[in-house]
Design a protein around this ligand. Structure first.
Ligand code: 5AD
Ligand code: SF4
Length: 513
């Protein structure tokens, strides 16, 4: 009997229907086997989202981590980084200590990303590296969580090829970490607990924030856009917004603790509030409230052009602690490709949105995400992406070769574009991105910009580093006492991606650059 069959024979509950995925099976103190289903994840029901503020670690688990250390490796986006902060919070409440060293750890978690194949390959590579450690230290617990856990193909591959893994749990099961750890300690079998359908919103999960200057704040979970290439709506569930009062309270609290910058997080932040049926309230309204909080900088990510409305533009134009940088993924400059991608806007509508934003915020800095080599993309369609890039005048971009994700509609499309052509297109696009970035950076030479100082530069401890309002990394000479503060820096030299400068003075946000 192989590991998978053994697990199946021990299974206590199958994920056949989402309604059955209730939380009350913590009573079972035997191996849990609840694998994911992309099919279930695709369903969007109308059931009401409940908000809980009563999360508590059951008494019997307190002290579980005494004398033990945890290590979490995070892949992927800021949402994952923030989930790691929550898991770290739970570990600490259980009595574990944090460690930065894999060798030193008693529990290792890989918080994974499923967005492209190479993100997944990295995780499988890492699992390969961890195997000898597990053989050496049989008491070590190794867990896989995050977006990859939501895919049945991944879970099956781990069950078949990486049987030394002790636990797999999903993005909707993070609050179940104490129970999952407990199961893993008690059981010789792999614990697999992945709810395919999102749960409610739990407000009071503990968090250990990684920094003291900048903080992430979730404003919503999930995505209902279902772009045809994207796995995220399956791995993160339906759109669920946190209540404005909870977000405002969290940001106020962070401001009082001395945080200087907040980034609001969501897979599609512009859909914030669309799921409320008792109030008409959107991202613009939320930002207008947050604007009044005494905190120097507020950002948000990621935007979807379709839901980016005039109210938000109007609020962003008020500046102050609203940053004049917007990350606005376009994905392609071709209306035909955008249609097949299911982006629900065309080239003209995107350009119109950019015109509106620039009219309201003339010094705005725009960045974007682009996918090249979508199935059957023609040379002409790719050229349209290049021309749109120039027309908008993006200052920077994240560029990707399309990666088929099993279970998404695009993965079933026949593709006549060879990998060679895709790579060549990526190179051409990157050349343009570099050129325009260098041009945009050059304009800063001689200017004085506001920098939030984060610490010493990673490459040179004699130099400080921080970001401008437009999210440009600046390396500059200045006193260590400036760390954590907003300072004025005169830019002496622009590189392609970063700026060099000298500190002029400390400031509490004067003129804006
Ligand atoms: N292949 C390549 N890139 C992708 N992205 C999302 N899904 C895929 C995929 N299947 C890119 C998009 C998105 C960014 C986070 O990742 O550009 O905006
Ligand atoms: Fe990766 Fe998307 Fe999951 Fe973030 S939400 S970890 S980008 S798959």
């Amino acid at each position: 009997m192989n590991e998978k069959q053994r697990l199946e024979s021990k299974q206590v509950q199958q994920s056949t229907s989402s309604a059955k995925q209730e939380k009350d099976y913590s009573q079972y103190f035997q191996t849990v086997y609840m694998p994911p289903s992309l099919k279930d994840a695709r369903r969007r029901g109308r059931e009401e989202v409940k908000y809980h503020k009563d999360f508590e670690i059951p008494d019997e688990f307190l002290g579980m981590g005494q004398g033990r250390k945890f290590y979490i490796r995070t892949y992927g986006c800021q949402m994952n980084e923030h989930d790691t902060e929550v898991m770290a919070g739970i570990f600490m409440e259980l009595g574990y200590e944090h460690t930065d060293s894999v060798e030193d750890a008693d529990v290792i978690l890989l918080n994974t990303c499923a967005i492209r194949e190479n993100a997944e390959n990295k995780v499988f590579g890492e699992l390969g590296h961890l195997k000898p450690l597990k053989l050496e230290k049989p008491d070590l617990l190794i867990g896989v969580c995050g977006c990859m856990s939501q895919e049945e193909s991944v879970v099956n591959r781990i069950l078949e090829k990486h049987q030394f893994v002790d636990m797999i749990f999903g993005t909707h099961n993070i609050h179940r970490l104490p129970n999952i750890l407990n199961e893993a300690y008690l059981s010789k079998e792999m614990v697999v607990e992945v709810w395919s359908k999102e749960g409610d919103i739990i407000e009071n999960l503990p968090k250990v924030r990684m920094g003291k200057i900048k903080a992430w704040v979730n404003i919503m979970y999930g995505c209902d856009k279902f772009c045809t290439y994207c796995i995220v709506p399956y791995t993160r569930g339906k759109e669920r917004s946190r209540r404005p009062e909870d977000i405002i309270q969290e940001v106020r609290h962070l401001a009082a603790q001395g945080y200087k910058e907040i980034t609001l997080l969501g897979q599609n932040v512009n859909a914030y509030g669309k799921d409320f049926d008792d109030i008409e309230y959107g991202l613009g309204d939320l930002m207008d409230e947050l604007r009044k909080i005494d905190i120097p900088r507020i950002r948000f990510t990621t935007s979807h052009p379709r839901d980016f409305d005039d109210r938000l533009i109007e609020v962003l134009a008020k500046k102050g602690n609203m940053m004049e940088h917007i990350h606005l993924p376009v994905q392609s400059g071709s209306s035909d490709i955008l249609k097949i991608m299911g982006r629900v806007y065309n080239r003209e509508q995107y350009l119109e949105l950019v015109r509106k934003i620039k009219a309201a915020i003339p010094d705005v800095s725009l960045s974007t995400d682009i996918i090249v080599g979508f199935p059957n993309e023609t040379d002409e369609q790719f050229e349209e992406t290049l021309s749109l890039y120039k027309e908008v005048g993006f200052e920077t971009a994240y560029t990707f070769i399309y990666s088929p994700r099993e279970g998404t509609p695009a993965a079933k499309m026949k593709d006549n574009v060879s990998m060679e052509v895709k790579k060549e297109r990526l190179q051409r696009l990157n050349k343009l991105v570099n050129e325009l970035s260098a041009e945009a950076m050059k304009k800063y030479e001689g200017q004085i910009v506001e920098v939030l100082v984060e610490g010493e530069s990673k490459t040179n401890p004699d130099v400080l580093a921080g970001y401008t309002r437009k999210n440009k990394l600046v390396n500059f000479k200045g006193p260590k006492s400036a760390i954590g503060k907003l300072v004025n820096v005169k830019i002496t030299e622009a590189k392609t991606w970063t700026l060099d400068g000298v500190m002029v003075e400390e400031r509490e946000a004067a003129e804006v650059n």
